[in-house]
Design a binder for this molecule. Structure first.
Ligand code: PSU
Ligand code: MN
Length: 304
């Protein structure tokens, strides 16, 4: 198809047959969780997709190609090696040309999914508008990519390391349809509530699939953010999460961490100060997103 795009045969066949496929990102593996939980999680997510009757496609960059679907060895390398690149649209050309090992962010994964024709992608949290944006101009490349790729992303909202009201404003400006999944509120990753109302709510996978069909039948570009709150039983205590986030932002400022290093730094900081708790919650919410994403992919495949 394209020398810089490698679609695994299993994934290619499923796409060709109109069967449900769910894309998964690799930055969460390489930069979002510590080893070996990251590898266990990556494998677990793929089996959740399979259990729901769909084909998983973890997306990453290796050997000058964007891989749509990773082998077990490639997943292992992404999870365990040092120096794996964090790849958004900006980094993709050099990552391919230099033959490096690269983990794709939400934005990078959206590019791969869109190129391959995968309509659903499930992950943990998305990037957005950072706090202090007026000074730093730090807005994640995830936002413009959501405005471009015809893909529905299932996530647990965004962590309050970001400025959540501004993130929702930026999504609106970009024409990204944000759908609360069984909620009226934008969820804030470890916690179910942010106090921010969402304009649209879907209670079933079919409702989401119908919206996808309508948007793309009109040939509108861009995708959806399906905001799926962490299950009640696994939600964290908001006060302790906020303390960890505030401390992380302070530490990042003191250490002069900015740009693409900021989000991984904050994720690692929060994992460390909250101990195993946040990591456990993180895994639970991603698993839930992947299960919901798989159900949406199945409904969408049926509709088409
Ligand atoms: N937020 C999380 N977990 C993550 C990320 C964000 O709660 O793993 C990762 C995703 O890959 C996302 C990227 O696309 O960080 C955003 O990075 P930046 O803020 O540098 O755009
Ligand atoms: Mn940034």
């Amino acid at each position: 198809m394209n020398k810089h795009l490698y679609v695994q045969p299993e994934v290619e066949l499923a796409i060709k047959n109109g069967e449900p496929v769910v894309a998964l990102e690799s930055t969460i593996v390489a930069h979002g969780m510590p080893y070996p939980s990251n590898l266990e999680t990556a494998r677990q997510l793929e089996s959740i997709v399979r259990a729901g009757g769909a084909t998983p496609a973890t997306i990453a960059v290796a050997n000058g190609q964007m891989h749509i679907g990773c082998t077990s060895d490639l997943l292992e390398s992404l999870a365990s090696q040092d120096g794996v690149w964090k790849v958004s649209r900006r980094d993709l050309p050099m990552a391919l040309a230099e033959n490096v090992l690269g983990a794709t962010t939400v934005s990078g994964t959206l590019i791969g999914a869109d190129l391959a024709g995968i309509s659903v992608f499930a992950t943990g949290g998305i990037g957005g508008v950072h706090r202090g944006v007026a000074d730093t101009w730090d807005v994640s490349a995830d936002i413009p990519e959501l405005a471009r790729a015809r893909v529905a992303v299932v996530s647990a909202g965004a962590k309050s390391i970001l400025d959540l009201p501004k993130t929702l404003e930026a999504l609106e400006t970009s024409g990204v349809s944000v759908l609360g999944y069984q909620t009226d509120e934008f969820p804030a990753f470890f916690v179910r509530e942010s106090g921010l109302d969402l304009p649209h709510r879907c209670d079933t996978p079919l409702q989401v699939a119908r919206a996808m069909e309508a948007k793309w039948a009109l040939k509108l570009e861009g995708g959806f953010l399906v905001a799926n709150p962490i299950p009640e039983a696994h939600a964290a205590d908001p006060a302790s999460v906020n303390r960890a986030i505030e401390a992380g932002l302070e530490a990042a400022k003191r250490a002069g961490i900015e740009g693409k290093r900021l989000t991984p730094y904050l994720l690692q900081f929060i994992n460390e100060v909250t101990g195993g708790e946040s990591l456990k919650a993180n895994r639970k919410l991603v698993e839930h997103n992947v299960a919901v994403g798989t159900a949406i992919a199945a409904e969408y495949a049926r509709l088409r």
